[in-house]
Each structure stands twice: as C-alpha cells, then as structure tokens.
Write a protein that binds this ligand. Structure first.
Ligand SMILES: [Mg+2]
Length: 263
C-alpha cells in the first residue's frame, strides 16, 4: 500500500457506495471528510448519476449532515452539458430526468423532448419514464439529422433500495441497438472526462497531486487509471471484485473512515 496522502492536495471521490448508500451516509464518512478538510485538502465529488443536478447533490449532502459548503461537485449530466457546449451543439433532444434538464439548461442549451429537424444532438441519461416513442424520436435525430449521440453514463444497472433496476446504460444500449450505431461519447466513468473536468474546475493542473476514491473497479478505478490519478478502492459499495486481477487500484481500504491510515 504505497500511497501517502501527504503528497496530495486534491481528494476526489465517487458518491454512491463511498460517502452514502441510497439515503444513508456511510458510517464514519462525515468525520473522515471533515478531518480531510481541516487538514487543508480540497474535496471533489465525481458521480455518474445524472438523476440529480449538481445543486440537487449539494442539497443531498446538506440533508445528510455533511459540511458541503466547500465541496466541488460534478456529475455526468453537467459533464454532458459541458461537452455539448464545447462542441457547439445548442439544440438538444433529451431523454432524462429533471436533474439532467437543469444541467443542460444551466449552460444555455435549448432542450426539448419532441422531435424537430433543427435538433443537433441527443443527450440520453437515466430516465425512469423511458418510452418507445422517446426512443423513436431520439433515433430519428441521430439517423435523420445526423445528430451527435451523447450518453451520460454507462451503468447498466443501479442499486435501488431492495433490488437492482435498469440504469442509464440500459437506455443507451437500446438506442444504440435501434440506430445500429454506438454513442459518439459516453461522458461518465470509465471515461476520464469527468475526472479531468473536476481537476480543471478545482484548478489542479498536476494530476499526480490528486487521488480518486471509488467503489467500482470497472468504472471508478478504470477512470482514475485513464486520467493518470492514483486510486483508492473502498469496499462499501457494489464492488466488482472479479476484475481485481486486471484493474489495479493504487490501494484498497475497507471504507472512507479508514483514510487517516494514509496520512
Ligand atoms: Mg459508486
């Protein structure tokens, strides 16, 4: 376990399975984060979840009792909005929920859920009201308008309270299948896009000064490796341990509460 946080300035982490599970904070997480902040570390949160906006996540932190005032928070909905803006797409067909719409509109993108010939892109995230007709309209934007196909996050399933439910990746796969075309980009981890965006927004120009903490090897740890950031795997979420011989975190902890062992 050759990782010493004294060499680091920025500590980035996933949310689900690292700081909370569902609507419950993970035991010891709040104290660990308060301690890191007192020691002067900058804290960033990078989640694939697009159902809430960044503001929604901030409110969730506060509701659960975290001192979130200085946190930097990035999610895949915001990342998708930044990507669309960077690439000058302004008229977007959206499949998603309110949180995604808020993020797209926060960057002045024109968002609709009805097909139109002017639409330049499809942005698809987690949508618990996904229908055949939404998929049919999105398909036509991609095939007829030659629209850019942007997915928020690839997670095929999502841990609900008592069972696994389809995640954003399930809808993206259905649309890709219908179109016979892969998405142009899926913003969420394992793509390093969100981690790089987070470092940029936190003014961290040297990725070796950062560490990323996650609970999934195939998304979190893989994204950290691709972004050239040291990684810590915690075992408080849904872990895909069968991948542990091929995707290697820099170190492993039982939970965020043990992070003081690295200082
Ligand atoms: Mg997670």
């Amino acid at each position: 376990m050759a990782l010493n946080l004294q060499d680091k300035t920025h500590i980035l982490m996933d949310c689900d399975g690292v700081v909370w599970r569902g609507n419950q904070a993970i035991s010891g997480a709040k104290e660990a984060l308060d301690n890191l902040e007192t020691l002067g570390y900058k804290l960033g949160f990078v989640t694939n979840n697009s159902s809430l906006s960044r503001r929604g996540f901030f409110e969730k932190f506060i509701t659960l009792g975290f001192h979130a005032e200085e946190y930097s928070i990035i999610n895949s909905g915001y990342g998708a909005a930044v990507y669309l803006q960077e690439n000058r797409f302004t008229k977007v067909f959206m499949i998603g929920e309110k949180g995604l719409q808020e993020e797209l509109e926060s960057l002045d993108l024109s968002v609709t859920e009805t097909y139109h010939q002017d639409l330049q892109a499809v942005c698809i995230g987690w949508d618990r009201k996904l229908t055949w007709s939404k998929l049919a309209d999105a398909m036509w934007v991609i095939l007829n308008n030659d629209g850019q196909f942007v997915g928020t996050n690839p997670d095929n399933s999502f841990p609900s309270v008592d069972r696994l439910v389809p995640g954003a990746g399930a809808g993206i796969a259905a649309l890709a299948n219908a179109c016979g075309k892969d998405p142009d980009i899926i913003i969420g981890k394992p793509n390093p896009y969100l981690l790089n965006l987070s470092l940029k927004e936190m003014n961290c120009s040297d990725s070796t000064k950062a560490v990323f903490i996650g609970d999934r090897l195939s998304t979190d740890i893989q994204a950290g490796i691709r972004a050239k950031i040291d990684t810590i795997l915690v075992q408080t979420g849904i872990s895909d341990y069968h991948l542990k011989k091929t995707i290697l975190p820099t170190c492993t902890l039982e939970s965020l509460a043990q992070i003081d062992q690295l200082i």
